[in-house]
Structure formats: structure tokens, C-alpha cells
Unconditional design. Structure first.
Length: 255
């Protein structure tokens, strides 16, 4: 079995794979500092919840965009799972050619998403990840990562509203009943939801036009990607586990 770790700015998402089958996924917050023992105890408990013994886990792989988590996380895996994890980074086999101006500055999560989208859905493909930032990454038919767009994420935009505007409350991010809001909370929900729908549709249209790829597939992932993808015909597929699947595919390529 394989443990796959997607370490993002907000959450650490953990996937347990039996072959290519994702048999469990779990989340823990990234922003709470933890020791290797705290991580390790959590890992043992989640394995136990699935009826899996520690010695049944044969490998682990990590994609991280939060460097200060990596030391404790890696030590926890080695101490409690008894394996040295693979870290997604420069030099690792992915099957994707990074053709951007500075490949080393590309986040591991974007590489993993690109692998998952290309391997599972084919190219050319535009993969959108609705995370702390919203990223739009274009992979060509031959598997080349060519272009990317980075925008503020939905939750980041929401936080800016209620942190910077004293009279605006913290709200749930959902699709409102109508865009014609009559009070503060629905008006904020309308702005966030329809604003990001508009951003999504416009960026997709412009990237397709600039790249000359009108028939490009569009695949979305990320926690808030579901409500956005349900609100637009511009996204063909929403895959909530795309990053974990990409990690499993990258692990396979190392064998």
C-alpha cells in the first residue's frame, strides 16, 4: 500500500492507496505546528481506522509547498511507518516536460496536478486547482507543461473581505439563491461565487484562444472547485482527488 501526502498551505491531505485504488483519504490542518510524534500518532490511527497495519504500507510520497512542515513530516513517516518517503521535486520522474522559463520555481502541487490530469484525461488539458491560490495550468498533447496563471483563491478573497472591511462578517462560501442580493451576507456570497465563475470562464476562454487550443479539455480540482464547476459549463470534469491520484501515478513512475 501507498501513503500519498499533499501538503498545501491550508491542509495536509493524505491518501491511502491499494494499487491504484484510493481506499481512504484524510485531512489535517497545515497551520497548526506539530512534532514528528504528533504526526506519526495521527498516521497510525488513520491506518488503524481502515483496518490497515503499519507494516502493510510499502511506500510514501510527498508533494509539499510548505517547507517548514517537511522535516517533521518526513521524520514521522520514517519513525512510525518505517519507510523513507519520496519527495516530489527536481529530478523526479513525472512523464511531464516542464517548459516554463524557470521550472524550479514551479510548485510540487502543480506538477502533480499536471501529471494526474494528463495521465487520466489526456492532452491538451487545462487543469484548475481551487486551493489557497487558484491555478490554471496548460499541458499540451505531448505532455509539456507550457503555461500557467495564478489568481487569488476563493477563500483567500473571502478572508480579504471580512478581515479588511470592518463591517463585513465572516460567511459561508456557497452559491446564493440569486445574484440579486438584498442583504450583506447574500451580496458577499454572490460576489464571491459569481465573481470566481466570471474569472474562471474568462481565463479559460483567453488561454484557449492564446494557445490556439479550442478543443482543450478542462479539469478542476481543489476543495472549492466543486461549487465553481457546478456553476459553469466551461469546466468539463471535477475530480476532487486529482492531486492524490497524480501522486500515485508519479510513485509508479519511480519503480
Amino acid at each position: 500500500m501507498l501513503l500519498a501526502f499533499d501538503v498545501g498551505n491550508t491542509n495536509i491531505t493524505i491518501g491511502l492507496f491499494d494499487g491504484r485504488e484510493l481506499i481512504g483519504n484524510f485531512r489535517m490542518t497545515t497551520k497548526l505546528p506539530r512534532t514528528s510524534d504528533e504526526y506519526g500518532t495521527f498516521f497510525v490511527n488513520i491506518l488503524s481506522s481502515k483496518g490497515v497495519e503499519v507494516n502493510e504500507v510499502e511506500a510514501a510520497i510527498i508533494a509539499s509547498v510548505v517547507p517548514n512542515v517537511n522535516h517533521s513530516l518526513t521524520n514521522a513517516i520514517m519513525k512510525y511507518i518505517n519507510i523513507k518517503p519520496i519527495m516530489v521535486g527536481p529530478g523526479i520522474k513525472t512523464g511531464i516536460r516542464i517548459m516554463t522559463d524557470n521550472p524550479r520555481e514551479l510548485g510540487a502541487d502543480r506538477i502533480v496536478d499536471a501529471v494526474g490530469a494528463y495521465e487520466l484525461y489526456g492532452g491538451p488539458v487545462l487543469v484548475i486547482d481551487y486551493g489557497t491560490a487558484t491555478t490554471y495550468d496548460l499541458i499540451t498533447e505531448d505532455g509539456s507543461f507550457m503555461y500557467g496563471v495564478t489568481a487569488p483563491g476563493v477563500r483567500l478573497s473571502a478572508n480579504a473581505l471580512w478581515v479588511e472591511a470592518a463591517k463585513l462578517p465572516e460567511i459561508e462560501i456557497v452559491k446564493p439563491d440569486t445574484i440579486l442580493a438584498k442583504s450583506t451576507v447574500p451580496s458577499m456570497q454572490a460576489g464571491l461565487f459569481y465573481g470566481h465563475i466570471g474569472e474562471t470562464e474568462y481565463i479559460i476562454k483567453e488561454m484557449k484562444k492564446a494557445a490556439g487550443l479550442d478543443e482543450m479539455k478542462v479539469v478542476a480540482t481543489g476543495g472549492l472547485g466543486k461549487i465553481i464547476s457546478e456553476g459553469t459549463d466551461s469546466i468539463e470534469t471535477y475530480d476532487p482527488n486529482l492531486t492524490l491520484k497524480g501522486l500515485q501515478l508519479i510513485y509508479e513512475k519511480q519503480q
